[in-house]
Ligand binder design. Structure first.
Ligand SMILES: Cc1cc2nc3c(=O)[nH]c(=O)nc-3n(C[C@H](O)[C@H](O)[C@H](O)COP(=O)(O)OP(=O)(O)OC[C@H]3O[C@@H](n4cnc5c(N)ncnc54)[C@H](O)[C@@H]3O)c2cc1C
Length: 422
């Protein structure tokens, strides 16, 4: 692998051969995550493909000419021509390999794959998940000089990283952009010396043996595992939902209701959390319209009685959202009446979705810890599961309140418990 500059571009890239060029920047977490993968790929494919790196900030004109607008960006060339699609951001090893394989013949790929060595590394603790819970566990374990690796299929930060403003995390006078909190926490964890393996594919997890395989051929053995994989919100699969997530559509009333003082909002759902959160939002909003798919709410009767007494809330029964759009500052929800099939427009200042979350347990393999009725992991007060040496922290734990503060508390408790055991 070689570092080049713009002056060498013609000679090194355009004068023939197969080339992959990495535009990287400094102070760029996804670039740091890519560097070891790029190096490993260079070792594996280096005889057939030239691996080059170029510093984006120092070669801005060339970057702009090649349409590079974020770091890292990988561009692929064959005989001076740009080929395949360009990849950027939190790039996974499997994505790079897929591109490199497409530059070679099937026979060449077969030879390379046969040379691919499996690796095994040993740690005291492996943390699965780099949200606030996993990062906090990492900070405490790193400071206790315990050999720790943090593994995440995405970049560190979890939900915190995609939350627009966090106003209830102590220590900051003003609301903080979630990505900054995520950045501070992950840098703090890195400074303690723990290893990060992020933007990786989780191939398998064996909680009984304490073995995790990533990217197909890297086995990580640990004495203890902390599960911090969080949750995934159930989605409606309606057009616009993804685009406006965090930009008009929220999944957290505790976090966002305060931004809707004297405003009108739409709440989607009709179970306990939807009803309780709608009641909470009435402290701020002037009017709430709930959209519920059935002809009755499915929350407990006490919550329904409270809701019926509240004049700010009305319910559209037997209706489902079909599409979301932004019109100026307003959010438009297209609502289908399930009986008449009529499509109506509901225009409000914001939309809250409470149709439940699922815990991210699907990658945990066959030996699952004991779960509650909703699929969340049961732990004792030290955040130990019923599987020896396996802990669970953060939103994946069976508990009542899921916030950044409760996640970091869990990470702290598990890490201190482990520090005393090891
Ligand atoms: C839209 C929204 C806004 C919110 N706003 C606030 C707020 O303002 N204040 C507040 O206190 N709370 C807020 N919350 C709640 C808060 O974000 C969560 O309680 C907190 O992030 C939970 O932390 P966690 O580490 O348990 O999980 P997460 O933050 O969910 O992180 C889990 C991590 O695990 C990774 N992961 C997933 N699968 C795997 C796997 N198989 N292997 C390894 N890693 C995996 C994910 O990539 C992710 O990085 C908000 C939640 C949402 C959804």
């Amino acid at each position: 692998m070689k570092e080049i500059n713009a002056a060498e571009f013609q000679q090194e890239v355009l004068n023939g051969g197969k080339v992959v060029l990495d535009f990287y920047s400094t102070e760029c977490p996804p670039c740091e995550a890519l560097a070891p993968k790029f190096e490993a790929m260079a070792e594996l494919y280096g005889e057939k493909i030239k691996f080059l790196k170029i510093f984006r900030q120092g070669n801005r004109e060339l970057a702009a000419e090649l349409g590079v607008s974020s770091s890292p960006t990988l561009i692929f060339f064959d005989n001076g021509q740009k080929i395949l699609d360009t990849i950027s951001g939190g790039i996974k090893k499997s994505e790079i390999m897929d591109h490199l394989d497409r530059m070679l013949t099937l026979d060449e790929v077969a030879v390379i794959k046969a040379n691919q060595k499996t690796t095994v590394s040993e740690y005291d603790v492996a943390i699965l998940g780099g949200g606030p819970a996993g990062l906090t566990a990492g900070i405490y374990l790193g400071q206790a000089k315990i050999k720790t690796v943090l593994i995440d299929p995405a970049l560190p930060g979890g939900y915190m990283g995609i939350t627009h403003q966090v106003s209830n995390y102590p220590g900051f006078e003003q609301p903080q952009p979630g990505f900054m909190l995520a950045h501070y926490m992950s840098e703090q964890a890195k400074h303690t010396g723990i290893d990060f393996k992020v933007a990786v594919d989780i191939t398998s997890v064996d909680l009984a043996k304490k073995e995790i395989v990533i990217d197909g051929f890297e086995t990580i053995k640990a004495k203890k595992i902390i599960i911090a994989t969080g949750t995934t919100p159930n989605t409606m699969n309606a057009p616009g939902e993804k685009e406006y997530k965090g930009k008009g559509i929220s999944y957290c009333a505790t976090c966002d209701a305060k931004y809707f003082t004297d405003k009108e909002v739409t709440v989607i759902g009709g179970g306990n959390s939807a009803v309780e959160e709608a009641l909470f939002i009435t402290k701020f909003a002037s009017k709430i319209t709930m959209i519920h798919q059935f002809d009755k709410l499915t929350a407990n009767q006490t919550a329904i009685d409270e809701l019926n007494k509240n004049e700010k809330i009305s319910v559209m029964y037997e209706c489902e959202p079909r599409k979301f759009e932004k019109r100026g500052d307003k959010m438009v929800t297209y609502v289908e009446d399930l009986k008449t099939k009529e499509l109506k427009e509901l225009v409000n200042d914001g939309v809250f979705v409470f149709i439940g979350f699922k815990s991210n347990i699907s990658v945990l393999g066959d030996t699952l810890p004991e779960l509650d009725g909703w699929g969340y992991i049961k732990t004792n007060e030290d955040r130990q599961t019923n599987i020896p040496d396996v802990f669970a922290v953060g939103d994946i734990v069976s508990k009542k309140y899921r916030q950044i503060t409760t996640a970091v508390a869990d990470g702290t408790i598990a890490a201190i418990t482990i520090s005393k055991e090891l």
